[in-house]
Design a binder for this molecule. Structure first.
Ligand SMILES: C[S@@+](CC[C@H](N)C(=O)[O-])C[C@H]1O[C@@H](n2cnc3c(N)ncnc32)[C@H](O)[C@@H]1O
Length: 173
C-alpha cells in the first residue's frame, strides 16, 4: 500500500478542506486503500454528489464494498482508466481528484501518466490533491501543473505532506 497505518483524521481533513461541499458534485479518489478517506468524503458530500473511488487491490476493494452508500462508485481498476470509467457513468470531468497512490514507490513515468490524465479530466480550477511522506518528486507535479502548494501535516503516522495542484490557464472547450 505504501503505508502501514491509514491516514489520520487531520490528514483526511487537510486533503479535503478545499472542497465546496455544496457545489462540488464529482469527486474522484485514487488509491482508496481500506476506505478511510472515502468515508470522510462521503460523510460530507451533497446528497446528489458522486464519489469515484479507484483501488487496484481487489482485497481492499472487498473492504470498501461494505460501505453502503449509493453515491459511491467503487472501481477496482488502475487510476489510469479514470476517464473511461467516468464517461461510462455519464461524467466528462472531475471537480477535484484526491490521491494517496504511493508515487514514491512506482516508476516516474507511470506517475507522470496518471498526473497528465488527472490534469486532462479536471474541471477548470479543479484541484489535484496528493498525500506524500517526502517532497522528493515535487518536480513531477510542477511539470504538469502551474501551481503546486505543499502543506505539512504533523499529526499523521508518519507525518506527511499534502500537495495541492492546479492549472491557472483555462482549458478551451
Ligand atoms: C497508501 S494507500 C492509501 C490508503 C488510504 N487512502 C489512506 O489514505 O489511508 C495507497 C493505495 O493506492 C493503491 N494504488 C496503488 N497504485 C494504484 C493505481 N495505479 N491505481 C489505483 N490504486 C492504486 C494501493 O493498492 C493502495 O491501496
Amino acid at each position: 500500500m505504501g503505508t502501514v497505518i491509514p491516514s489520520s483524521d487531520a490528514m483526511c481533513r487537510k486533503m479535503t478542506d478545499f472542497i465546496d461541499w455544496e457545489q462540488d458534485k464529482v469527486i474522484v479518489e485514487l488509491g482508496a486503500g481500506d476506505g478511510v478517506i472515502t468515508k470522510h468524503i462521503l460523510s460530507r458530500i451533497a446528497p446528489d454528489a458522486v464519489l469515484f473511488a479507484f483501488e487496484i487491490n481487489p482485497d481492499l476493494c472487498k473492504i470498501i464494498s461494505k460501505i453502503n452508500d449509493p453515491r459511491l462508485i467503487l472501481v477496482n481498476a488502475d487510476a489510469q482508466t479514470m476517464e473511461q470509467h467516468l464517461n461510462a457513468h455519464g461524467y466528462d470531468h472531475a471537480d477535484h481528484i484526491i490521491s494517496a497512490i504511493p508515487f514514491l514507490n512506482i516508476p516516474e513515468e507511470i506517475t507522470t501518466q496518471i498526473l497528465n490524465k488527472s490534469q486532462q479530466i479536471l474541471k477548470d480550477q479543479g484541484l489535484f490533491i496528493q498525500m506524500h511522506y517526502a517532497k522528493t518528486i515535487t518536480h513531477l507535479y510542477r511539470q504538469v501543473f502551474d501551481e503546486v502548494h505543499i502543506d505539512y501535516v504533523p499529526v499523521n503516522i508518519p507525518p506527511g505532506y499534502v500537495f495541492k495542484c492546479k492549472n491557472l490557464t483555462l482549458k478551451s472547450h
